[in-house]
Design a protein around this ligand. Structure first.
Ligand SMILES: [Zn+2]
Length: 421
């Protein structure tokens, strides 16, 4: 495969080379894979590098509060049987991480890029992406991220300024609809999303959104659910061109939703359904999420849940009750320092099982669980948490224990089982 760098301007070739050197040095002194720091160095040499690295390629941008890493991975898998693909599949989703991923890619590879919600405008402007996939917007990291309505406004503004050929968007998220409806061509996906706590107010007029059965509309202006071209069913995706059955390895309805966005993206790039579906069905884990592995000598399954909307989906993915569950919560910079979001999670749904609370904010979690009337204990370390969970009568010998963790807690366990960013 020809290296991309041969057709790049000299300054960009130099930038890519510097980035690789810095990444390799960083890796050599055990500072992770070094890709993000390498990307930063490359951008110092050439701030226009993202534009150069994406010129002449098909580019797909994927953004959301929840599910963007998984959906990016599914889109890459859906396209891979049809063409060369390059992707920042490990979730390094700001410019430096994207540049690092693109640095060594073949010139003709389609770029499938996970983009942080706050970076969509900049990446869209630099890449002139032909396809933008917008999954959802909800509260995340209260003390760091802007109010969600501000994010929707920024998406709307950039889709007006740099309109992509196709936007693929969630018809059941009023914030996403309001942002995406300015684009000239939108494929609406009915996800059946029932997390509505962040969308009660109309983003257009500050009136009230009224939800009735599967649909919604603003009671004060014309903003309403658009007619979807695709709808998510239990084990299939209903489309204008017929029903597409799916047998996913990734668990839960949430991943059928993610697959629907991937199928819509594949179709918009003229990839045949059979090739796309084979790719979607081949994915078993995504950057450690859903991985069944061994931690401290014990069988575990890793799940990421980092905000109220994410938890809403994650609870459905847990092993059937009464299996015990380990929940691990940190509140570092990457998690947001404010753990008050725990009060917006419907932990009452864990009442039928035993929870071991761990992580640096295990005591905050324990208070929340006490108010939710969930039977629980705290454990100082993950090793102890697993030992306690596996000692419970409801634990079935040999089964993996589910560990639901927020961002930095998840990364810590993922690194311990041999994964890396
Ligand atoms: Zn309104």
């Amino acid at each position: 495969m020809p290296s991309r760098s041969t057709s790049l301007p000299i300054r960009s070739r130099l930038a890519v080379g510097v980035g690789r050197l810095v990444a390799a040095s960083s890796k050599a002194v055990h500072l992770g894979s070094g890709s993000v720091i390498g990307g930063r160095a490359a951008l110092v040499v050439n701030p226009q590098l993202l534009r150069d690295l994406t010129a002449g390629r098909d580019v797909v941008i994927v953004s959301a509060t929840n599910g963007k890493t998984t959906t990016t991975r599914l889109i890459a898998a859906a396209l891979a049987g049809d063409r060369a693909v390059v992707s920042n599949s490990m979730g390094a989703n700001m410019t430096a991480g994207i540049v690092a991923a693109l640095g060594g890619a073949a010139a003709n590879a389609t770029a499938v890029l996970e983009v942080d919600e706050r970076w969509v405008a900049g990446v869209l402007r630099a890449t002139s992406a032909g396809t933008v996939v917008l999954l959802n917007l909800s509260r995340d990291q209260l003390d760091r991220t802007q109010e969600v309505r501000k994010l929707a406004e920024a998406w709307r503004t950039c889709l007006t300024a740099t309109p992509p050929t196709t936007v693929i968007a969630n018809a059941d998220d009023p914030l996403v609809v309001w942002a995406a409806q300015v684009a000239p061509h939108v494929i609406w996906v009915a996800t059946g999303q029932d997390w509505r706590a962040d969308a009660a107010g109309c983003p257009q007029c500050a009136g009230r959104i009224s939800f009735t059965g599967a649909t919604w509309r603003c009671t004060d202006c014309e903003l309403a659910r658009p007619e979807p071209a695709m709808s998510v069913e239990d084990s299939a995706i209903a489309t204008d061109a017929g029903r597409v059955p799916l047998s996913m390895r990734l668990p839960g309805r949430v991943n059928i939703v993610n697959a629907a966005f991937a199928l819509a993206t594949a179709r918009s790039l003229a990839v045949p359904d059979d090739i796309a579906v084979a790719g979607l069905q081949s994915v078993e884990e995504v950057a450690g999420r859903y991985r069944v592995t061994s931690l401290a000598g014990r069988p575990v399954r890793l799940l990421l849940a980092k905000n109220p909307a994410g938890w809403h989906e994650a609870i459905e993915l847990l092993a059937d009750p009464p299996a015990p569950v380990v929940v691990s919560i940190n509140a570092r910079i990457a998690d947001g320092h404010d753990p008050s979001w725990l009060w917006d999670v419907d932990f009452e749904r864990l009442r039928s099982r035993f929870v071991v609370a761990t992580g640096e904010r295990r005591h905050d979690l324990a208070v929340r669980l006490r108010y939710a009337d969930v039977e629980h204990v705290t454990a100082d370390t993950i090793d102890e948490a697993l030992r306690v969970a596996m000692g419970r009568p409801a634990y079935i010998a040999g089964r993996p224990v589910d560990i639901a963790a927020n961002y930095t807690a998840f990364q810590e366990y993922f690194e311990r089982v041999g994964g890396s960013q």
